[in-house]
Design a protein around this ligand. Structure first.
Ligand code: PAF
Length: 304
């Protein structure tokens, strides 16, 4: 195994700096890739990690179950922790360092009193069902982006930052908010979106899928089916008839629809013209969230 497990910020900075110096000494160009995760890694994460490895000379994947982004203590407690398997998956993908800090290392003074707020964009869709979730997620992403910065500067050839962070498009709202934060607050990092990875039957990969029973997993396929229905109507410039896609989801056993919305890809605001009954034009994203049994799942698909 060539990956190193690092648990403190000081060690992470020292080790990445050392590795970057080695890259420079051997004539390579220095760049750092960060893959923030909460662990319980699956092949969707492996895709993120492999992309980061292909595009950077040094790669750090963080594994930290961030208490700030869980509204419900039970949800936090039952979030799967699979450190050994995570380390093996990241090693296989070619990641240099797995940074797995303790809660005390990340929040030495307890929960931070100063936080990043996601604003109104964090109050819709997922944010409406999980109040405070995006403030917690942005706060830890902001910390991780700073924590992973090595002790010495990174070259920025052509003015582009040689620091990149990788986020999955499955969490479309999180990705949009992280991009907004980085732009609004001038973080010196490039945010790289990575496409959703689906199982062969269409289910989007998620750390929560492991909680689904066989029957629930079959029922959960209705999420990607409903999105696919909207995408094919959009492709054909037909009316989306969102109501019929909602009805399809509601008809699946044990599936409780939270929302199915067609939104603007940049702002995630519901489209003023949602093309329920009129031919679809332009571009949009369809976002869906539903509870399948006791497991909350999200998915999305680009339309147009
Ligand atoms: O997407 C996740 O796994 C988390 O929200 C993140 C970005 C690692 C922050 O805790």
């Amino acid at each position: 195994m060539s990956i190193a497990l690092v648990t403190t910020i000081a060690e992470l900075r020292a080790r990445t700096s050392e590795k970057l110096r080695e890259v420079e000494a051997s004539g390579g160009s220095k760049s750092l890739g960060l893959v923030p995760t909460m662990g319980a890694l699956h092949h969707g994460h492996a895709t993120l990690a492999r992309r980061a490895v292909a595009e950077n000379s040094v790669v750090v994947a963080s594994v930290f179950v961030n208490p700030l982004q869980f509204g419900d203590a039970q949800d936090l407690a039952r979030y799967p922790r699979t450190t050994d398997a995570d380390l093996a998956l990241l090693d296989e993908a070619g990641v240099d360092f797995m940074f797995a800090p303790s809660v005390e290392e990340m929040y030495p003074d307890g929960e931070p009193s100063i936080r990043v707020t996601a604003g109104t964009m964090g109050e819709i869709h997922e944010g409406a069902s999980r109040p405070g979730h995006f403030d917690g997620a942005l706060t830890v992403v902001s910390k991780l982006l700073h924590v992973a910065l090595p002790n010495e500067g990174l070259a920025a050839p052509g003015g582009r930052p040689a620091y990149r962070a990788y986020f999955g498009q499955k969490d479309a709202q999180q990705l949009t908010l992280v991009r907004r934060m980085v732009a609004d607050l001038n973080f010196p990092v490039e945010i790289v979106p990575v496409s959703i990875v689906r199982d062969p039957d269409g289910l989007a990969t998620s750390s929560r899928n492991r909680f689904l029973s066989e029957q629930e997993r079959t029922a959960a396929l209705v999420l990607s089916r409903a999105l696919g229905l909207l995408a094919s109507r959009a492709q054909a410039h037909e009316p989306l008839d969102i109501a019929s896609a909602e009805a399809l989801v509601r008809s699946a056993p044990g599936v409780e629809l939270d929302y199915l919305e067609v939104v603007d890809p940049q702002t995630l605001a519901p489209r003023a013209e949602n093309c329920q009954d009129t031919p679809f034009t332009g571009e949009a994203i369809a976002l869906i969230a539903a509870k399948v049994g006791s497991v909350r799942l999200i998915d999305n698909m680009r339309l147009g």
